[in-house]
Ligand binder design. Structure first.
Ligand SMILES: Cc1cc2nc3c(=O)[nH]c(=O)nc-3n(C[C@H](O)[C@H](O)[C@H](O)COP(=O)(O)O)c2cc1C
Length: 192
C-alpha cells in the first residue's frame, strides 16, 4: 500500500490536518505526526482532546508524537514507499525550522528527510499577515523544491457551510498530489 505522511502543527486550522488524514486513509496508509502545540490548538478550536483524536483515528493510520525521533519516518531508508508529505496546518515556527534545516522534532526531521529524498512536500501555511521573515522562509523552501500552499479558501464554488470551506482547501491539497476527490465543485464543472 502506498503511503503518505501528514503532520499537524499548532497553527490555526487543525481541522485541515484531521480531514486530510481521513481522506487519505481511504486509499493510502497514513503516518501521522501531531505536535504538542497542535493538540492544544485542536482542543481550543475543535474541542477535540488528544485522547478523542487518537480514539477516532481511522484504520490505516499510525500516529507518532513529535518526540518520537526514532520513528521509521525519521530515516530516509523508509521513504521508498512514501508518496508525499503534507504539513497541515503549518505554523510559521515549523516553516522557519524546515526552511532552514533545523530538525528539533519528528515533524521537522520528516520534512528534512523528505526534501533530501526528493519527495513532494506541501506546507499548508497559515498566518495573516506574513512578515518578511515568513516570506523569505517560504521562498527558501520553494527554491529547495517544496510546495507552499497557503490555507486560503476561494468562494467561486459557492460555499454554504464551514465544511464546504474546509473541503475546498483540503481538496486543493489533494489536487497537488493528483489524488481524485469530490470535496469541492470545480470551476465551470457543470459546463464541461
Ligand atoms: C489558538 C492558537 C492559534 C494559533 N494560530 C497560529 C497560526 O495560525 N499560525 C502560526 O504560525 N502560529 C499559530 N499559533 C502559534 C503556534 O501554535 C506556536 O508558534 C507554536 O510554537 C507552533 O509550534 P509547532 O509548529 O511545533 O506546532 C497559534 C497558537 C494558538 C494557541
Amino acid at each position: 500500500m502506498k503511503k503518505f505522511i501528514v503532520c499537524i502543527t499548532g497553527a490555526s486550522g487543525s481541522i485541515y490536518g484531521i480531514r486530510l488524514i481521513n481522506e487519505l486513509s481511504k486509499k493510502y496508509f497514513v503516518y501521522a505526526v501531531v505536535s504538542k502545540n497542535a493538540y492544544l490548538v485542536m482542543e481550543k478550536e475543535e474541542g477535540i482532546s488528544r485522547e478523542n483524536f487518537i480514539k477516532n483515528l481511522p484504520e490505516n493510520v499510525e500516529l507518532f508524537s513529535e518526540n518520537a525521533i526514532d520513528a521509521p519516518i525519521a530515516s530516509g531508508s523508509r521513504f521508498s514507499s512514501i508518496e508525499g508529505v503534507i504539513v497541515a496546518p503549518c505554523s510559521m515556527g515549523t516553516l522557519g525550522a524546515v526552511a532552514n534545516g533545523i530538525s528539533n522534532n519528528l515533524i521537522h526531521r520528516t520534512v528534512d528527510v523528505a526534501m533530501k529524498e526528493r519527495k513532494k512536500v506541501c506546507l499548508l501555511v497559515r498566518e495573516m499577515p506574513f512578515s518578511l521573515i515568513h516570506i523569505e522562509n517560504m521562498k527558501k523552501f520553494t527554491l529547495a523544491g517544496g510546495i507552499i500552499a497557503p490555507a486560503s479558501p476561494a468562494f467561486y464554488h459557492k460555499p454554504e457551510t464551514v465544511e464546504d470551506i474546509i473541503n475546498f482547501v483540503v481538496g486543493k491539497v489533494l489536487d497537488i498530489f493528483g489524488i481524485e476527490h469530490s470535496l469541492y465543485r470545480r470551476w465551470k464543472k457543470d459546463e464541461d
